[in-house]
Design a protein around this ligand. Sequence first.
Ligand code: 5GP
Ligand code: MG
Length: 186
Amino acid sequence: MQILLSPEDLADGVDRLAREIRRDYDGRPLSIVGVLTGSIVFVADLIRRLDGPVRLHMIQASSYRGTATSPGRLDLRLDLLPDLDGQDVLLVDDIFDTGRTLEAIVAELRRRGAASVKSLVLFRKQGRAEVAIEPDYVGFDIPDAFVVGYGLDYDGCWRQLPHVASLDASELATPRADFLQPCRLP
Ligand code: 5GP
Ligand code: MG
């Protein structure tokens, strides 16, 4: 594991994103839609830096299964989402990789009657996009590596790290890697 971003780097990035949102929404009520599970730490930090009325809703999206690090079929669960009629919605996700997750969720939020839908991601991976849309706000552009920590997992592990680290190919090549042992459930 190699540390890509320290807790201080992450805090600076979240500060900057919060400043941009405060500037653009200027105290207007904002409905944040966070994407479980990877964005949970980030969303918690972000909303505490906003002023003005904020609502928070969570949905679930998953396209990774277990130790696979390439996207599979996208599974969206929106059952916790209320009616968004007329609301200004900000979708918050952890990573923009191929962009397929963001594209699908933005389309669904528009379909549900939001007055406006913007998107914000903590990370965007370089050279991976497969869609025409771009996120409206980006925390960090990162290299095309698999990353964990600050909410992001590998096979359910490492969400609790306060920093973000990349896993190298040899770590990912070991299906039951030693470094996952501490996370194994009985
Ligand atoms: P996309 O649909 O943009 O290809 O994939 C986005 C989703 O894949 C992210 O929300 C995230 O859940 C997952 N993902 C993409 N890259 C990584 C990564 O490097 N590490 C982790 N833990 N998840 C990733
Ligand atoms: Mg995700």
